[in-house]
Structures are given as structure tokens and as C-alpha cells.
Design a protein around this ligand. Structure first.
Ligand code: FES
Length: 99
């Protein structure tokens, strides 16, 4: 099911934001105009990834600095640690996430 979570202009390139799709909290990242969605809760101690820092495709958790590639959800230190990722579609200026 596709759920509209934000307008395109609400998440400018180079930023990440926490959005809600039904019961799921999602970190929505804009990498140079391409949107990626991962679970919001960091796999370390559930820090809010949507409040983290985005450098290109690398999202850094605001709590203790774990880093993930938003395209794959993989942790950059241990590739076995992997966030849930969601398919994203943009339609009519709205960002929609498949949940
Ligand atoms: S909770 Fe994300 S690095 Fe600790």
C-alpha cells in the first residue's frame, strides 16, 4: 500500500526527516533529488535517524554516530546490520512510501 508521507518541498536535497506511514516511523532522505526511506529507529539503541545528518547517501544517527547507506539500509561498519528499507514513489509533488 502506498502512503503519502510528505510533499517534495518539505524534504530538500541533502536533508532527512521523520515521517509517519500508518504505524511506522520512517526516516525519509533526499539525496540530490532522489528519495529513500528507511525505518526511523536506529538498530543500536533506537535513536531517531530522521533527526540525523545526511552526507550524500550516508545517514548518521544523532545519538552515537552509527552510519547507514540510505539506499540499502546497510550499516557502514557491519554490512550484516541492515535497516528496513521502503520503496518510494513521487507523484504530483507528493512522496509516497510502500508499507
Ligand atoms: S542509537 Fe543510533 S548510534 Fe546509538
Amino acid at each position: 500500500m502506498l502512503v503519502a508521507v510528505a510533499r517534495v518541498e518539505e524534504v530538500p536535497p541533502g536533508t532527512v526527516k521523520t515521517v509517519q506511514a500508518g504505524d511506522e516511523a520512517i526516516a525519509l532522505a533526499n539525496v540530490d533529488g532522489s528519495f529513500y526511506a528507511t525505518q526511523n529507529a536506529c538498530l543500536h539503541l533506537e535513536g531517531p535517524l530522521g533527526e540525523g545528518r545526511l552526507d550524500e547517501c550516508v545517514l548518521t544517527c544523532p545519538w552515537h554516530g552509527w552510519r547507514y547507506d540510505v539506499r540499502t539500509g546497510k550499516n557502514d561498519f557491519d554490512l550484516a546490520i541492515e535497516l528496513r528499507t521502503y520503496e518510494v514513489q513521487v507523484e504530483d509533488g507528493e512522496v509516497k512510501v510502500a508499507v
